[in-house]
Design a protein around this ligand. Structure first.
Ligand code: F6P
Length: 354
């Protein structure tokens, strides 16, 4: 242990995700194992500003690994984005002796972690969101559970489609990312998958539905990612009008965000929680835990956020200026590979969709 920490904090922020509790549990148990106390910060950065905290012992994290949601609760805080709010958060850390924080959440959570790290509170981020939309990591906590919940629901929709000779257009969460829609579409044998990342030929889809109809196919599941905004409901009407196949629209919404985490989410969350504590206690700061293949590693948060902006085509003017040519090349090839992997999966899914 490079740092002689006595007390660290843990918080969850942004949209909750199944597996966050497993991460909290791992943080508490790993820290206690090193003789370090853990302060639970309720409702994310809002709770940090307000001093809504409690010292956790092992009993506080017993019987939570199997529960969805987050026992630390979550909230969005506009005040935390202001200098005044930030100073209040730092003051809470000083008041309760919090020497470092593990921050579990999405990219907004990591921006907050960077701001705190800059003000002398070392932070390590853990990616927790069902969306799997953080470019620096192959995996975010909650993703697997959300997809498994979705396939269970869609299998049921398919049963009733088959009985009634219907099409069901299903819109599924994922914010601007098509990862959930793509994998769930593949896993449920969807006739079409519509994601914002890929062009979509609506006319061709109508033709394929009509072809299926001539061949006697009685059910059609069309998966539409939430990121293709305002599209799915209108598409449902057009399918019925153009193909004559009676159609229904279903929005899966927040239901996929709850529920008991799958084995994968529990394992990844636990491994990430342990690694975050180990890094913090080694004296590291301003890092986000990432997963590449089956490896758990870490990346500088600012680098990870820039990588994310590059992947999503949202780089700000001058954002790359502080990086070396080698760094930029590495970021570019990372993004190219990630996009190619997504496209390969999309092409494979479509290959077997008809
Ligand atoms: O980021 C998780 C997520 O569930 C997204 O898939 C969705 O777009 C968003 O959060 C919904 O946010 P809220 O819970 O604020 O409605």
């Amino acid at each position: 242990m490079a740092q002689n920490f006595k007390k660290i904090g843990v918080l969850t922020s942004g949209g909750d995700a199944p597996g966050m509790n497993a991460a909290v549990r791992a943080v508490v148990r790993e820290a206690r194992d090193h003789g370090v106390e853990v302060v639970a910060i309720y409702e994310g950065y809002k709770g940090l500003i307000e001093g809504n905290v409690k010292v956790f012992d092992m009993r506080d994290v017993s019987n939570i690994i199997n529960h969805g949601g987050t026992i630390l609760y979550s909230a969005r805080s506009t005040e935390f984005k202001t200098e005044e709010g930030m100073q209040k958060a730092v003051a809470t850390c000083q008041k309760f002796g919090i020497e470092g924080i593990v921050c579990i959440g999405g990219d907004g959570t990591f921006r907050g972690a960077t701001d705190l790290s800059r003000r002398g509170i070392p932070c390590i981020g853990i990616p927790g969101t069902i969306d799997n939309d953080i470019a620096s990591t192959d995996y975010t906590i909650g993703y697997d559970t959300a997809m498994n919940t979705a396939i269970m629901m869609i299998d049921r929709l398919r049963d009733t489609c088959e009985s009634h000779f219907r099409c069901n257009v299903v819109e599924i969460m994922g914010r601007n990312s098509g990862y959930i829609a793509l994998n769930v579409g593949l896993a449920t044998g969807a006739a079409q998958i519509v994601v914002a990342e890929m062009p979509f030929d609506e006319e061709r889809m109508f033709e394929e539905i009509m072809l299926g109809k001539r061949r006697g196919k009685r059910h059609y599941i069309i998966l539409v990612a939430e990121g293709v905004q305002g599209y799915a409901e209108a598409l449902t009407e057009r399918i019925e009008k153009t193909t004559g196949v009676e159609s229904r629209f279903t929005r899966l919404g927040h239901v996929v965000r709850g529920g008991s985490p799958t084995l994968r989410d529990r394992v990844v969350a636990s491994r990430m929680g342990i690694t975050a504590v180990d890094l913090l206690l080694e004296g590291k700061s301003n890092l986000v835990i990432c997963m590449h293949g089956d490896d758990i590693d870490a990346m500088n948060i600012e680098y990870a956020l820039t990588l994310d902006h590059m992947y999503k085509g949202k780089l700000k003017p001058g954002e790359l200026d502080k990086y070396s040519l080698l760094d930029i090349q590495h970021m570019r090839s990372y993004c190219i590979k990630k996009a190619a992997d997504f496209k390969r999966l999309y092409d494979q899914a479509l290959d077997i969709s008809q």
